[in-house]
Design a binder for this molecule. Structure first.
Ligand code: URA
Length: 239
């Protein structure tokens, strides 16, 4: 048994405070009897309705999507461009899932998707130590000194000074005058990797996120997703 307002909040109806207001306003019924008493206890067998609509607790779900280029990391887009939700089967979309953080329209790779606000908030916290690993194809040949600058931290054109990170050259393509870089950061400022590369004088041609924490792309085909395992969720949350 638990307090009605707590139950409403855990079902995603509204915050605890807002749920209390709904109860006081007479919008909530338990077993078809309007309840305005805040302390009312409900259990699994009670039918709770808000404005006549039955509510139930949402199952928490966690996915890793291999995001393709050409999709907006959002649940809807004003310009009607494809969103990452379009890549999910109808049955998996029912739980009001949304992306954790953001990958640019032009970026591919690991994107976590969930309906768990606590999980999402925790991972998005700037000081939370989850590593994000990127592979970037950049224009021009990157020098050792430029790699050192990246590692120490650079000032982006937005004025933000990036924290120290890991960066290395994977390979150089002299014929096409480009370099493949591997960059691991903890932060998640908008367009951070593109802006970091720009700050050392190299425009990103192609960007893929290959890892978040211990979650990699494995053999998930582009545009496909899989459920995270419980131990993966716990590990990401630092438990
Ligand atoms: N950094 C970027 O520049 N773009 C992304 O999509 C992710 C990280």
């Amino acid at each position: 048994m638990e307090r009605l307002q707590k139950y409403l909040a855990s079902c995603g109806v509204a915050s605890r405070r807002k749920s209390e207001e709904l109860i006081k306003e007479g919008a909530v019924s338990v077993n078809d009897v309007i309840v305005t008493e805040l302390g009312t206890q409900v259990g699994n067998n009670d039918v709770v309705k808000v404005n006549g609509v039955v509510i139930s607790r949402e199952e928490k779900v966690y996915y890793v999507l291999n995001k393709p280029v050409g999709y907006i990391t959002s649940v809807k887009d004003e310009l009607n461009r494809p969103t990452i939700l379009d890549l999910f089967e109808e049955k998996d979309r029912r739980n009001r899932i949304y992306p954790v953080g953001r990958l640019d329209f032009d970026t591919a790779g690991v994107l976590l998707v969930t309906n768990d606000g606590e999980f999402s908030n925790k991972l998005m916290k700037a000081n939370f130590e989850v590593e994000k690993e990127y592979v970037a194809r950049v224009e021009g040949i990157v020098t050792k000194l430029e790699i050192l600058d990246l590692k120490k931290g650079v000032t982006l054109k937005t004025g933000y000074a990036t924290k120290p990170c890991k960066a290395r050259k994977v390979s150089i393509d002299r014929k096409n005058n480009s370099t493949l870089l591997n960059i691991i950061i903890h932060e998640g400022k908008n367009h951070q990797v593109r802006l970091m590369c720009e700050a050392i004088g190299h425009k990103v041609k192609k960007l893929t996120r290959v890892r978040v924490g211990s979650i990699t792309l494995d053999d998930i085909p582009r545009g496909c997703y899989r459920r995270l395992k419980i131990h993966e969720v716990k590990e990401l949350m630092g438990r």
